[in-house]
Design a binder for this molecule. Structure first.
Ligand code: SF4
Ligand code: SF4
Length: 376
């Protein structure tokens, strides 16, 4: 286990230095971290262990974006509260905050699980989405969430237990008002389970009672959530399912406009026919998946030099040969006599830097694009 304290006397470790230290420890095989932070950002993601082992983080006093872009195989426990953007763009991490969370908790989360033992701020859960290639993201909040929560939610599951940290504590807390003003505006996917009164909802979104499928997911998930936030004694009180409702986009008519070609019909058509192939984060353009070095040679080059005998007479100054940092150019003969080219380029050495192009006083070299997979 690596313990990092970020304050030494009057010296505070910068976010950059902390993240670099964590990164090199992960690369050296460390999997357990205890971090006494002092407001450093982005602790816990995106990181992975090369052997697939789980990375554990126990953090106190983090700054913004703890667990942002966290990947599967990352588990983070924050001892106490955490400020804005907890689990921002979470991509598979398990994040537990044993206190309140700031604004935009779970913002844009696409996978993974976020557990909040207290309340969460404004725009919590906004833009959550479900990448079809992964399990839907989960966001569990024991307390309440503030205004504009779940704005433009596109997928995933959120649970707001409405336990009022201000007064309704104990083993039998009464449900408080779980959501702040204007929740679920623009919601087009996913589900929000709330315990307590559901406020007025925007057009195209409605509150419904739970059905058996909801309970089959919610009941075991609630037990695991309460264990994670160290409040198992609340299971009985929070399992009074008549206190719960679910909020879903009205994709199937009902109190939305529902008319063929109307908003609901258009959304149904989009989900049925236009959802990006390969997932929400699928590539917009075809991608071979090929990974090349930062400075590539051979067919990994973006560009390659060609020598153009037609562009003018070669002075045979050899500036191009001497300037090439890769010793990739060879002179093969003299110009004249109809020879098509007097230089050859060794593709395995050439990195397409264009220096030969720049130094040639006659402008006889050009750089041309190398299509992916082009022969050497
Ligand atoms: S592009 Fe750069 S590496 Fe390639 S031959 Fe020219 S100078 Fe050498
Ligand atoms: S730098 Fe240009 S002119 Fe000089 S040898 Fe190379 S191709 Fe010929």
């Amino acid at each position: 286990m690596l313990f990092i304290s970020t304050v030494n006397g009057h010296e505070r470790m910068s976010t950059r230095d902390l993240l670099l230290r964590i990164k090199s420890a992960v690369e050296a095989g460390e999997t357990d971290f205890r971090i006494e932070a002092s407001g450093q950002h982005d602790i816990g993601g995106p990181l992975w262990n090369a052997q697939g082992r789980t990375l554990h983080f126990e953090v106190s006093n983090p700054g913004q974006r703890v667990g942002s872009m966290a990947l599967p195989g990352t588990e983070i426990v924050v001892r106490g509260p955490a400020p804005a953007d907890v689990g921002w763009l979470n991509s598979g991490g398990r994040i537990t905050v044993l206190g309140d969370c700031g604004d935009t908790t779970g913002h844009c989360a696409a996978a993974g699980v976020i557990h909040v033992a207290g309340r969460a701020g404004t725009r919590t859960g906004s833009l959550m989405k479900h990448d079809p290639r992964r399990e839907p993201p989960e966001l569990w909040v024991l307390g309440t969430v503030s205004s504009f929560a779940f704005e433009f939610m596109g997928g995933g599951r959120a649970v707001v237990c409405g336990v009022d940290a201000g007064g309704g504590g104990g083993e039998h807390p009464a449900p408080s008002v779980p959501l702040g003003e204007r929740p679920c505006v623009g919601m087009v996917g996913g589900v929000v389970y709330v315990r307590g009164a559901v406020p007025e909802l925007p057009p195209g979104v409605r509150g419904l009672p739970l059905d058996d499928a909801d309970l089959a997911w919610l009941a075991p998930g609630l037990a695991s959530f309460l264990a994670a936030v160290e409040r198992p004694e609340l299971m009985k009180a929070l399992s009074r399912w008549r206190d719960w409702r679910k909020i879903v986009p009205d994709m199937h008519g009902g109190d939305g406009d529902g008319a063929p070609g109307g908003r609901d019909g258009a959304m149904r058509r989009f989900r049925a026919h236009s959802w990006p192939e390969g997932g929400l984060f699928g590539d917009v353009l075809p991608d071979s998946g090929r990974v090349t070095d930062l400075v590539a040679s051979g067919d990994g080059r973006l560009r390659a030099p060609v020598w153009d005998a037609e562009a003018g007479p070669c002075r045979e100054c050899l500036a191009c040969v001497r300037a090439c940092p890769q010793a990739a150019l060879r002179r093969r003969g003299a110009t004249g006599g109809g020879a098509p080219c007097v230089f050859s380029v060794e593709p395995a050495r050439c990195i397409g830097c264009g220096i030969c192009v720049a130094v040639c006083p006659q402008g006889l070299w050009r750089l041309v694009p190398v299509p992916e997979g082009a022969p050497l």
